[in-house]
Design a protein around this ligand. Structure first.
Ligand code: MG
Length: 378
């Protein structure tokens, strides 16, 4: 992995039948929008820069999985077995040696980059990193006489995947393990190793039932925003919070960051809130010269209050000059930070208008944005 000295491989388990979803095909092949559950899971792993991925499949899914993964770099397939334990073992045995291996359910499309990275860091330091969330239900253990004993909940955790380990240790644990385990931590522990938990997330769900498939899209709302500002001499050019050297800058009551204004309006529109002209009127002296990134943070706080987070943002800046491509990574970084979102959820592009109109004549710049916001898991 590029940001980590360790060689990190992933084993993605997809050999189950997924019969509880009631689908006639494996749930990992279920498509949401343009992507299957499996592709979403793989995107998450590629997002953290794993060195290779092995997808463990059932032979009956081979053609479909090959179609889905034909463009995926450093990816191989291997056949699973009758149980999860056999499938994980087959996956591990097929790996080229490495330092760290992430074992992931193919049907966990929402694992965040942070969760993956926490599990890898824990495995590097302690040998294992098992994603887990505190148990929320009260748990009782049944006795043979029919009575039950309360188990104190404060130290109980529900386990998820990724479950990440030092490769040599988990491989030897699987080689010596007899029987069937429900997860990898059980196999690792049976070999005498200690399992280290890392913070998972309640949104890191495994798609198991029909209801999960319906909830896949979540509660989504979409909004659009558009803005134009005039270019003048003696003004700073600020786009996406980035100060860009240029002879002209955008003119307006605030810092006139046209990109951030379009994004704010897209978010507000998605949330069903009034637009920035209403929230931050240009007649209000408090907003004179205002830093638009700060206003964006305020709007994000409002959206959070309504129980939403950013699904993704896609924006385009229209400017004849200067060339903006080199500044886009910094813009995305600023925007992602203000919105507490992963950078992969914030995209910005730039275009000229071929010397046509107010943008093309360099009298102004424009921006348009689309935002999707998504109900947060309670
Ligand atoms: Mg504006």
């Amino acid at each position: 992995m590029s940001n980590c000295v360790a060689l990190v491989r992933a084993v993605v388990l997809c050999a189950g039948s997924g019969s509880r979803t009631g689908l006639s095909y494996n749930k990992i092949l279920h498509t949401v929008g343009h992507k299957s559950v499996l592709e979403m899971t793989l995107d998450g792993l590629y997002g953290i820069g794993v060195d290779s991925i092995t997808v463990v499949i059932s032979p009956r899914d081979e053609n479909n999985v090959r179609k889905i993964t034909s463009d995926c770099p450093n990816l191989s397939l291997c056949y699973g077995g009758d149980t999860r334990t056999e499938s994980a073992r087959n996956g591990l045995l097929s790996l080229e040696p490495c330092d760290i291996v992430i074992i992931q359910d193919g049907a966990r499309p929402y694992t965040s980059g942070e969760t993956y990275l926490r599990s890898v860091a824990s495995a590097v330091s302690y040998g294992s990193g098992i994603a887990a969330v505190p148990a929320t239900d009260t748990v009782r253990m049944k006795e043979s006489d029919g009575s039950s004993v309360l188990i104190p909940r404060d130290r109980l955790y529900n386990l998820q995947t990724p479950q990440t380990f030092r490769y040599a240790e988990i491989l030897s644990a699987y080689k010596s393990f007899k029987g069937v385990a429900t997860d990898d931590s059980a196999v690792y522990e049976a070999a005498g190793y200690k399992c280290r938990l890392i913070e998972g997330s309640t949104s890191n769900v495994k798609i198991t039932s029909k209801e999960d498939l319906f909830s896949l899209g979540g509660d989504l709302k979409v909004g659009v925003g558009f803005d134009v500002h005039e270019l003048r001499e003696g003004r700073e050019l600020i786009l996406g919070g980035v100060h860009i050297p240029h002879l002209l800058g955008l003119y307006g009551h605030s810092d006139a960051d046209v990109l951030v204004h379009a994004i704010m309006d897209a978010l507000l529109s998605a949330a069903g809130l009034p637009d920035i002209g209403v929230l931050f009127p240009d007649t209000d002296p408090r907003f004179e010269g205002a830093n638009s990134m700060k206003l964006l943070e305020k709007i994000y706080a409002e959206i959070k209050k309504l129980g939403f987070k950013v699904g993704n943002i896609s924006a385009v800046v229209m400017a004849q000059k200067p060339k903006l491509a080199g500044h886009i990574p910094a813009m995305r970084d600023n925007l992602a930070r203000a919105l507490s979102a992963d950078i992969s959820r914030v995209n910005v592009s730039a275009t000229t208008t071929e010397h046509l109109g107010i943008v093309g004549e360099e009298r102004g710049m424009a921006a348009s944005a689309t935002a999707i916001i998504q109900k947060e898991e309670a």
